[in-house]
Design a protein around this ligand. Structure first.
Ligand code: HEM
Length: 217
């Protein structure tokens, strides 16, 4: 088992499985947060329900573990790829490569996504669920969203973050299917299209939240 996880395919498999898990989280998180565009009371109810739910509380460490394992394995794979390149090519990208721009920049895109997540946790999670864990009263979720997205600078930074998520997810989605063996020359183009569709729908819907708050709320 240890040998399998250390093998190239083992590491890619772990990255695919944790990646799928994070894709599911992203879609659920989007659905919950779209409630903020419908009404303030609905958004408060949704957030209260999530914070009180024992299942959600139990999922917090699982989610954190999913992120950490995905990140650590990507650093491991990237490091091995880097050291495996011939001397003098450490910074060079072969020009004959057929990989997409997203595929070649997954690691850098991943770093932008992580920095965005850390900032996002400071903006929201630290004022809400963390306060609950510490036995304090959390801030009002709707006020947090409305106050943050009144500031155009944060709106722009969040839009850049969503763009990085779009490119990261549009490659990661079909690449994960490829790793678990669910693709061939017929299915790769279909999965690539589905990946772009999923990433576009999710990221555009996320982007609608700060844009609507800045312009209309
Ligand atoms: C405008 C879009 C978004 C809004 C309004 C939003 C809002 C929130 C809120 C209110 C929380 C705190 C929930 C609580 O503590 O009970 C939260 C937590 C979190 N968000 Fe977001 N979020 C957005 C986009 C994203 C995106 C794109 C990601 C992932 C890449 C993400 C990842 C997380 C994570 C990992 C947590 C901590 C776990 C959790 O509480 O569910 N969020 N978000």
């Amino acid at each position: 088992m240890g040998n399998f996880l250390c093998s190239s395919i083992g590491k890619k498999l772990i990255m695919s499985l944790t990646g799928f898990f994070l894709l599911i989280f992203l879609a659920l998180h989007l659905c919950l947060n779209l409630a903020a565009l419908i009404s303030d009371s609905l958004y408060r109810q949704v957030c209260e329900f999530m914070d009180a739910s024992p299942l959600v509380k139990a999922m917090v460490p699982v989610l954190a573990l999913g992120f950490i394992v995905h990140i650590l394995f990507s650093i491991w794979v990237e490091f091995e790829n880097w050291t495996a390149r011939p001397r003098g090519m450490k910074y060079a990208v072969p020009c004959k490569t057929k990989a997409s721009w997203s595929g070649r920049n997954m690691f850098v895109l991943g770093i932008i996504v992580i920095v965005g997540i850390l900032l996002h946790l400071v903006h929201f999670w630290a004022h809400m669920q963390l306060q609950g864990f510490l036995g304090n009263e959390g801030s009002d979720p709707y006020e947090l969203v409305a106050t943050l997205f009144k500031n155009p600078c944060w709106v722009v930074l969040y839009l850049i973050w969503f763009a990085a998520i779009y490119f990261h997810v549009s490659h990661g989605f079909w690449s994960a299917f490829q790793t678990i063996g669910l693709s061939n020359s017929l299915w790769i183009p279909r999965l690539q299209f589905l990946a772009k569709l999923y990433a576009a729908v999710v990221c555009l819907a996320f982007a609608a939240i700060p844009i609507c708050f800045l312009l209309f709320k």
